[in-house]
Design a protein around this ligand. Structure first.
Ligand code: NDP
Length: 474
């Protein structure tokens, strides 16, 4: 049984005040593999007190000292790479090859991106009017991360804290405490001063809510559902905290008939199913030009039927289970909603894939003949479920693409680069991926509209954790 019952506070592994245990379940076997503790408000207060004290000295450190700390964290992250990957395979069911190549890789990639950006970051400059502009750390930060990309999200929040001279309290999802514990061990081994980084396991309504309302926390950085993100903002309002949010998405993927359909559609389907569809920027609405609609359905169906589902501990490019029963039930319900709404089930459906009688495995599913008014087209499903919608022309595609409360990402498939630029400029989304172009570490990531605010990664991801001070000399 994996024991995650200690919190990392003020540079030490301590027994929490709370004694409320929470089981860690394997999503593949449904068996209990470990135990953690759900912290309470007193645990939060202890962590905040440590972070407040540590801020007094860590906020004054020179950039060179912080770069040295980050270089050490990088070295140890590389040493613990396999431990991180296996932790995520066990706790949230990421298939081990993907857990290494994408999930754990993000811990290294974002860190390298931030080191590069910190070197470029100007912390003091003279304005043309003679005033001096200084960038300072914002203060104590509350970091809340979800279960779908645990280390990706932790790195995107914890590294900027260390890089800018802030201090923090991290609350990972209680469903993925294991990778967070290993991350804390990495920070500890790197020699981070006590109190700069604190880890509390716990749930959103207790620990997350206490952090959001705490008077000594100056900034909340949250990733998760729009529902929980707005709750964090509301609670943070009384103390006028800065709140950065990375929330949901329902990203459109526009397929024009002039692209290499076989390649682009096959890869689009695989991308939608990656991480079993549990990615905020997954291309979940495939918008298809009417002139190639029939051909696209055939290619998409072949791609979905070839999508292997297997145990996460096996090597390979299969997908694994969803992270928990809660998510399995949500996805099953949305597949049923799609059928009831009259969408055509092209592949998949409700129930587990054949060969599975336990674990939160779902069938890779595609709906065709979807209209953008259907719930499956505008609600985030967070499972391997693709909705295919036909469009008439470019203007129609842009309208459908933007007809969503979200604006995290958009995808375009076309061989006409003038069209790609034209359409990209009209899409209300924080990122546009053209012909399979992937995210590069060091670039900003974040959304328009209800997908959030602020940007994570690279230079902008550092600046979000800074305040600006102007010095006026007489
Ligand atoms: P949540 O947003 O509830 O969970 C994400 C994180 O927020 C967890 O650490 C969670 O803790 C915490 N949290 C929850 N409620 C609050 C609160 N009131 N105050 C502070 N923190 C809170 O997502 P769910 O796990 O419930 O998933 C629901 C849906 O959200 C998914 O189906 C998906 O659509 C979307 N989602 C989007 C993500 C993204 O990357 N943008 C990531 C995860 C989910 P706890 O686990 O205790 O609830």
């Amino acid at each position: 049984m994996i024991d995650v019952r200690k919190f990392y506070l003020n540079g030490e592994w301590v027994k929490p005040v709370s004694t409320q245990e929470f089981p860690i379940l394997s999503p593949a076997s449904e068996e209990q593999i470990g135990v953690t503790i759900l912290g309470n408000e007193q645990d939060v207060n202890k962590a905040v007190a440590a972070a407040v004290e540590a801020f007094k000295s860590f906020s004054l450190t020179k950039k060179e000292e912080r770069l040295q700390l980050l270089e050490k964290v990088l070295e140890i992250t590389k040493d613990r790479f396999d431990d991180l990957a296996w932790a995520m395979t066990k706790e949230m069911g990421a298939p081990i090859s993907m857990a290494r190549d994408a999930q754990a890789d993000s811990g290294v990639g974002h860190l390298e991106g931030f080191i590069h950006s910190l070197k470029q970051l100007v912390e003091r400059e003279t304005l043309s009017n003679g005033d001096i502009l200084v960038r300072e750390p914002i203060g104590v930060c509350g970091l809340i991360t979800p279960w779908n990309w645990p280390i990706n999200q932790i790195a995107l929040k914890v590294i900027p804290v260390l890089a800018t001279g802030c201090t923090c309290i991290l609350k990972p999802s209680e469903h993925t405490p294991l990778s967070a514990q290993i991350y804390a061990e990495i920070i500890d081994e790197a020699g981070c001063p006590p109190g700069v980084f604190n880890l509390i396991q716990g749930d959103g309504p207790t620990v997350g809510a206490a952090m959001s309302a705490h008077k000594d926390i100056q900034m909340m950085s949250f990733t998760g559902s729009t529902r929980a993100g707005t709750d964090v903002s509301r609670r943070a309002a009384d103390t006028v905290k800065r709140v950065t949010l990375e929330l949901g998405g329902k990203s459109p993927n526009i397929v024009f008939s002039d692209c290499n359909l076989e390649k682009r559609v096959t890869e689009s389907v695989k991308e939608c199913f990656l991480n079993s569809g549990q990615s905020c920027d997954a291309p979940t609405r495939l918008l298809v030009e009417k002139s190639c609609y029939g051909e696209v359905l055939e290619i998409a169906k072949r791609a979905a039927l070839s999508q292997k589902v297997a145990d996460p501990t096996e090597e390979g490019d299969h997908i694994g289970p969803l992270f928990d029963k809660i998510q399995f039930d949500r996805v099953q319900n949305m597949i049923k909603v799609g059928i009831d709404e009259g969408a055509e089930l092209l592949v998949g459906g409700t129930g587990r894939p054949s060969g599975f009688d336990k674990g939160w495995f779902v069938k890779p599913t595609i709906f065709s003949n979807v209209t953008n008014e259907m719930r499956i087209a505008h609600e985030e499903i967070f499972g391997p479920v693709l909705a295919i919608i036909a469009f008439d022309d470019e203007a129609d595609a842009i309208n459908i693409a933007n007809d969503t409360p979200y604006g995290l990402a958009a995808y375009l498939q076309t061989d006409d680069m003038d069209r790609a630029e034209r359409v990209a400029s009209r899409l209300r989304a924080g990122a546009v991926h053209i012909n399979g172009g992937g995210f590069n570490y060091g670039s900003p990531f974040g959304g328009f509209k209800q997908s959030g605010n602020g940007r994570e990664g690279g230079k902008m991801g550092l600046e979000d954790f800074q305040e600006v001070k102007t010095l006026h000399f007489g």
